[in-house]
Ligand binder design. Structure first.
Ligand SMILES: Cc1cc2nc3c(=O)[nH]c(=O)nc-3n(C[C@H](O)[C@H](O)[C@H](O)COP(=O)(O)O)c2cc1C
Length: 376
């Protein structure tokens, strides 16, 4: 009997579907809703020690839709991390762990480049009983003036140092959430894992400008006539996310083999088929953020059914059986050219009835095949 149950860094998940950090995990009430609907785990909205510095604007989303059906495929946000006080979050994490003891609550944390602050946030947050940490090194728009988020994740040296601070205090698994706004995501992946993090999550949003309004000539989302570039998510980013997840998976496979390092895949997931692709490229778990904002929490039921039917089609019983399976089919362009030339030569030889391997000899055409070999 096939199962979606999976254990990642010792965390027992009923299925690999995890709510990605953002509005769908922004307070205990909605996190509870996610568990009630059957999500395998929740990464809460990113928190920091001092929320008074976090001031959001509205509007803060801009969306792209297909012309014909009006379906949303691209979603920009200029939302910051949680503006709710740290003390409130600490209470809510405790409440959640009391009510949902066997569910996986992952706290997403972010701080300035300050060792004491990182250690304080780790110690106080893990005392609530949360199951794991995700370190937000990847929010592309907010707080660069405080060197937080992507501003930190774009500097592998700083990120490695911060990961070491966190690892010196953390007693639960730690995943570093990587920014896609770099040339080589492998470098950030390697830095975080070298520092001892149990896993990485990828990707956060891609820095973007979604649109310029042709009536007002102002870029969107427009706040008092102005804007700032924001983070792009939703199905439009999925191909880029698949590529980056593949690159992280290869880094784990080649540089940290057989150490149980994990990969949480994120970016434009809306179906079980999307999730299957991320797992085939090495994801242990799959996170969904924007999809929940489009379809609601109960989408997880459909995604679970779809993933199970994909598994049934291929006789896979567990996630482990197909995790990373498709990585073997990537090669260089030069190798594709070589393979194609070889395939064409073999096809030509076949047309001519030419023997290329000893197993090609046939009793009935034996003399013709001999002649063909003489002609060349
Ligand atoms: C409105 C919004 C707010 C977000 N806030 C956070 C956040 O606080 N922390 C974080 O690590 N990622 C945040 N993200 C990024 C998502 O967790 C995710 O990495 C990204 O959106 C790509 O996945 P998706 O296409 O499933 O949304 C946010 C995304 C959106 C759309």
């Amino acid at each position: 009997m096939a199962t979606l149950e999976t254990t990642v860094n010792g965390l027992k998940l009923p299925n690999p579907f995890i709510i990605g950090s953002g509005p769908p995990g922004t307070n205990a009430n909605v996190i509870g809703k996610a568990f009630d609907e059957g999500w395998g785990g929740v990464v809460a909205k990113t928190i920091s020690l001092d929320s008074s510095k976090v001031i959001n604007v509205a509007p803060r989303y801009a969306r792209l839709k297909t012309e014909k059906s009006g379906e949303i495929f691209g979603w920009q946000n200029i939302e910051l991390i949680s503006d709710r006080p740290f003390a409130v979050w600490i209470d809510e994490f405790k409440q959640l762990k009391d009510k949902y003891a066997d569910k996986i609550v992952i706290a997403s944390i972010m701080e300035e480049y300050n060792k004491d602050a990182w250690i304080e946030i780790v110690e106080k947050t893990q005392a609530t009983g949360i199951d794991a940490f995700e370190l937000n090194f990847s929010c592309p728009h907010g707080l660069p003036e405080r060197k937080m988020g992507a501003a930190m994740g774009q500097d592998c040296g700083i990120m490695e140092e911060v990961c070491r601070w966190v690892m010196s205090a953390a007693k639960v698994p730690v995943w570093a959430k990587l920014t896609p706004n770099v040339t080589h995501i492998q470098d950030g992946c390697e830095a975080a894992l070298r520092a001892g993090c149990q896993g990485v999550s990828a990707i956060n949003t891609i820095l973007c400008v979604t649109a310029v309004n042709l009536d007002t000539l102002r870029p969107e989302p427009t706040v008092e006539g102005y804007t700032t570039p924001g983070g792009y998510s939703c199905t439009a980013v999925r191909p880029i996310a698949l590529r980056m997840v593949k690159e992280c998976a290869e880094t784990i496979r080649d540089k940290f083999p057989n150490q149980g390092r994990s990969l949480s895949a994120i970016g434009g997931v809306e179906s079980g088929a999307d999730a299957a692709q991320f797992i085939l490229l090495g994801g242990d778990t799959v996170q969904v953020c924007t999809g929940v904002m489009k379809y609601g929490y109960d989408m997880v039921k459909r995604m679970k059914d779809e993933l199970l039917s994909f598994m049934a089609r291929h006789n896979f019983e567990t996630i482990e059986q197909f995790k990373g399976h498709s990585l073997q089919y990537f090669t260089t362009h030069a190798d594709l050219v070589k393979r194609q030339a070889e395939a064409k030569a073999a096809a030509k030889a076949r047309v001519k009835g030419m023997v290329t391997k000893d197993s090609d000899w046939q009793g009935e055409n034996f003399t013709k095949q001999s002649d063909a070999l003489a002609r060349g």
